[in-house]
Design a binder for this molecule. Structure first.
Ligand code: ZN
Length: 564
């Protein structure tokens, strides 16, 4: 068994992504063929070792994928077709599912087989000997075809707890037949890290073939179990991006990869690739059409967000006071949340992004703080809507680049028609002196005005096509005013990579929404312009020069100063 001390040795750990197969079994996830192809490209670009792409025998869509994917040149990843051992009492070369795995033409094949006597006798209802033959026949057949074979020992840990001798026999059958990998699966996700440590340790003492771990998250332990398995001898980790998967999901590779490489000093990918993980995680959320989990370690929007005034103050003095790693390492960024509990130093830091020369005493800073107080009194809240705050600062400093002006808009609702597209909006905008009027229909007034505004602006700024709303929240501020009450609209927008929040307040919900939408588009265009300027070398961006944050050193275990 692995002991403390010989754990961190830059040992190479291979990682195996099953987002396209196990991940696609998560509720509400359905990847189109096009989605699967673009996910494959992104996973390869990031540097995933193995991409488990589907089960060609069970799904015609997967077969079509394997035909199309051959045209993509992968530079880092090896594609894997996934399927089961032959059925009981058949010849392996006559089993259609097994044969369809060959049609996928991948160099690696994952074969799953039963390791738990209960499953053999009660679920697939065959005898224990026949199950061993099913494993060895199928693996032997794939080896005879020159494939790299990954044996997934399904329910291995439950099998070991029920009948350890038999569970070992299944691994032996696979190893003898030539399996290149033995993957120990916690298929029901019921194990604890100490059990994983003991069992993986025992397996690694007996077997020569390299081991892997495949954990599900039913006890919330999938990440911990995967890491424990690596410490106990496994050199392959299977999981999915964002932990997507059936029931409570699979082991989350976006947590495991930085944990193993940045915190435990194993080697998984080129160090320079690590900063791509936040982008990859967001890309997968977008493609899966799932709201990104902003609390996700390393890659969530909140992973490095600070709110408490004292915490922010400490982070500004030295980020290691409340950050376990520098966010840049994983391509994420530090966020200082604007709220009534954040102090003056937070506000000053944000102002100095745009005007580094200003000090606490500057009259401009005082003016902005007064303006902030006034807006907060009116019902504005900038927490989660920092982009609106940044725009307010830029406007106060006269540094705003006005991309467009909304001159007028009207919204109407036709009560006689059914609800879908029963609302229309017309909007008049001015872009550099050119006026444009557009109309749009929507399934509600906000949707209609959003569409009309984009339609008008996309004529001038086609880059807006990728922007969409990812969240929309309305809060009534003074409930005593009933329907005349003021509302605060908070929207979150994304272009598939970045996420930003904006806010609008008015007693008219359409107007409040319009304020938030205008801020969202203006913020995006400002960021886009900055990016273009960087690409074309005209980098006039002064935003980062004023930040007082410095990049801290990773200091595992030193992230707590005793405050809650
Ligand atoms: Zn699984």
């Amino acid at each position: 068994m692995v002991k403390d001390g010989d754990w961190n040795c830059r040992k190479r750990i291979y990682f195996y992504d099953s987002t396209l197969r196990d991940g696609a079994q998560g509720e509400g996830i359905s990847f189109t063929l096009k989605d699967k192809l673009s996910l494959t490209r992104k996973l390869d670009e990031f540097g995933i070792d193995y991409i488990e792409a589907g089960n060609p025998g069970s799904n015609p869509k997967d077969m079509e994928y394997f035909e199309k994917v051959r045209k993509i040149r992968l530079t880092n990843s090896r594609l894997v077709a996934f399927g089961s051992t032959r059925r009981a009492n058949t010849e392996v070369y006559q089993d259609n599912n097994v044969l369809s795995l060959l049609k996928a033409e991948t160099s690696a094949i994952a074969i799953f087989g039963k390791s738990w006597d209960f499953q053999v006798e009660n679920i697939i209802r065959t005898n224990l000997d026949e199950n061993l033959k099913m494993i060895s026949d199928t693996i032997g057949f794939m080896k005879s075809k020159g494939k790299e074979v990954i044996f997934d020992a399904e329910h291995f840990f439950d099998g070991y707890k029920s009948n350890p001798e038999y569970a070992f026999c299944t691994l032996k059958a696979a190893e003898r037949a030539g399996a290149d990998w033995l993957i120990l699966c916690d298929t029901n996700g019921g194990c604890f890290p100490d059990e994983i440590n003991t069992i993986v340790g025992k397996v690694s003492e007996i077997f020569k073939a390299p081991l892997g771990i495949h954990s599900h998250n039913d006890c919330g332990m999938a990440v911990a179990n995967s890491i424990m398995a690596v410490k106990s001898g496994a050199s392959q980790v299977q999981g999915t991006i964002n932990g997507y998967g059936e029931r409570c999901g699979n082991a989350n590779l976006c947590t495991i990869i930085p944990n193993l490489q940045l915190k435990q000093k194993y080697h998984l990918i080129a160090d320079c690739k690590m900063a791509g993980i936040t982008k990859l995680s967001r890309f997968v959320s977008e493609t899966a059409n799932k709201g990104h989990n902003e609390y996700e370690p390393y890659v969530g929007n909140n992973a490095f967000a600070h709110k408490g005034g004292m915490h922010i103050d400490a982070v500004l003095k030295d980020p290691i006071s409340f950050e376990h790693i520098p966010p840049e390492l994983v391509g994420n960024e530090r966020r200082l949340l604007m709220s009534e509990v954040s102090g003056r130093s937070t506000i000053l830091t944000r102002i100095r992004k745009f005007a580094p020369e200003l000090s606490k005493e500057s009259s401009k800073v005082k003016e902005i703080i007064e303006r902030l107080k006034k807006l907060e009194n009116e019902g504005y809240q900038f927490e989660g809507a920092e982009s609106s705050f940044d725009l307010m600062v830029k406007r106060s400093l006269g540094k705003e680049n006005e991309f467009f002006k909304v001159l007028d808009f009207k919204v109407w609702t036709d009560s006689k028609r059914n609800l879908l597209n029963s609302t229309g909006a017309v909007i008049k905008v001015d872009v550099n002196g050119i006026e444009e009027i557009t109309t749009a229909e929507g399934n509600g007034p906000v949707n209609a005005i959003d569409k009309a505004l984009r339609r008008a602006l996309e004529l001038f700024y086609p880059q807006l096509k990728v922007v969409r709303l990812s969240d929309y929240k309305v809060r009534v501020l003074d409930t005593t005013q009933a329907t005349a009450a003021k509302v605060r609209v908070h929207i979150e927008s994304t272009d598939g990579e970045l996420v930003w929040g904006t806010v609008g307040v008015s007693s008219n919900i359409i107007e409040a929404s319009c304020f938030a939408l205008v801020d969202s588009i203006e913020y995006f265009l400002g960021e886009w312009e900055k990016k273009e300027a960087k690409i074309y070398g005209n980098d006039y961006d002064s935003e980062n020069t004023g930040c007082t944050c410095r990049v801290g050193q990773s200091a595992p275990g030193s992230d707590d100063t005793g405050q809650p």
